[in-house]
Design a protein around this ligand. Structure first.
Ligand code: UD1
Length: 378
């Protein structure tokens, strides 16, 4: 069922003519921005970009042990940091006075360790978001930028050469164990050909984390309809760059490979290394947040955007490039697999270009060369 203003089909007939119709404050005016998760990998770069654009920034972060092994600093890029868990309603209410826009980066990410993580994922990501939305409404704050993720799509877009567009289900253990990594056509079994996934693709979360991101999208869409507030949801693809946390069960592949190389170990590439992703540099992601912040001042409604470089790479290519740049051992392709993993997710970046004016500028080779020696966070 399509639901106008919802994450399922943001391009309703009305929005086709005029997505997120305009009204509200002037773009570029100095605003007071609250960044949640502002001491994290992406949040820190967002704070830097907001300062660079002249905004007043308040930073909150829970310092969750899954993301932070070291104690939180007192400031982030010069902005005072308040240690707040978003599930603490009184604390959230206490930081919203005078805030114009919330940029909500705080979340537990990754595949996690096991199902014991489930309540904490839902608590941090969904209960935390619910409390934030309630208190924003009470404080009369109508503008929100949400850090979402490409994980909401599950598998990317595929085509069968004989049967056309396809949406493959989760791959079976038997197929993966036999090295059949490409999802098959449900009709004829032929390996599907991957294509570009755009924002109208159905949501199909395949992990607990992905389910919490879908829930965040729906909660914010309901909030937008009920309050008349504006939400821009940024579906990040695979973000990498300076300040990534060291290897943890919650890390993305770039941090895992970089941590291995730092320890003198070869990156271990799962499956056959041919799985595709879009690696987007964290400074580009910060710039996308700035563009999204501006959009919340000129439009109303709920809208999602892929935030990607538009230049896909395979995991094998990325590992090889990073190992070369770091002067470390060459990657090993192991054939191992993880059940929660999808095969290919490659973004269509056009909507963010045309509507937000966002275009990634960091070339993968340059970004990887920098990342190979950039500091990781403890
Ligand atoms: C990742 C993140 C997700 C984030 C999204 C967008 C995880 C588990 N997923 O999704 O939180 O929202 O990017 O930024 O953190 N791989 C290896 N060797 C390893 C680890 C992984 O080859 O040591 C492979 C995996 O099998 C997979 C690919 O690398 O095929 C990407 O893995 P990963 O970064 O963990 O997950 P994504 O699904 O891309």
């Amino acid at each position: 069922m399509t639901w106008p203003g919802s994450p399922y089909d943001p391009l309703t007939a009305r929005r086709d003519r005029d997505p997120m119709p305009r009204s509200g404050p002037t773009v570029g005016a100095v605003t007071h921005v609250l960044v949640t998760g502002g001491a994290g990998f992406i949040g820190t770069h967002v704070v830097t970009a907001l300062h660079g654009a002249g905004h007043q920034v308040t930073v909150v972060d829970a310092g969750h042990p899954g993301a932070h092994r070291a104690p939180l600093p007192d400031t982030v890029e010069g902005a005072p940091l308040r240690r707040i868990d978003l599930r603490d309603q009184a604390a959230v209410a206490g930081v919203l006075a005078g805030v114009d826009v919330v940029v909500h980066q705080a979340a537990m990410v990754g595949l996690g360790v096991d199902l014991d993580d489930l309540p904490e994922y839902v608590g941090c990501n969904d209960l935390g978001t619910a409390v934030l939305l309630t208190e924003m409404a009470r404080a009369g704050i109508h503008r929100l930028v949400l850090a979402s993720s490409m994980v909401v799509y599950g598998e990317g877009a595929y085509t069968c050469p004989r049967h056309g567009p396809a949406r493959p289900g989760p791959r079976t253990v038997a197929d993966l164990a036999a090295g059949r990594f490409e999802p098959p056509c449900a009709v004829c079994g032929t390996p599907l050909e991957p294509g570009l996934v755009d924002e109208q693709a159905p949501l199909d979360p395949r992990s607990v984390y992905a389910a919490t991101k879908v829930a965040q999208e729906h909660l914010t869409a309901a909030w937008s309809r009920q309050t008349g507030g504006t939400v821009v949801a940024l579906r990040y693809h695979n973000v990498y760059g300076p300040g990534m946390p060291r290897d943890t069960p919650y890390s993305g592949v770039a941090a895992i490979f970089r941590s291995a190389l730092e320890a003198g170990r070869a990156p271990r590439v799962f499956e056959d290394g041919g799985q595709r992703r879009d690696f987007v540099h964290v400074r580009d992601v910060a710039a996308a947040n700035l563009a999204a912040l501006n959009a919340t001042g000129t439009r109303t409604g709920w809208r999602a955007y892929n935030i990607a470089s538009g230049r896909p790479a395979t995991i094998g290519q990325m590992a090889a490039e990073l190992a070369r740049a770091a002067g470390g051992p060459s990657p090993v392709v192991t054939g191992e697999f993880r059940l929660g993993d999808v095969r290919h997710v490659v973004a269509a970046p056009a909507r963010a270009r045309t509507e937000l004016g966002f275009r990634a500028t960091v070339d993968l080779a340059d970004g990887i060369a920098e990342f190979a020696s950039a500091p990781l966070r403890g």
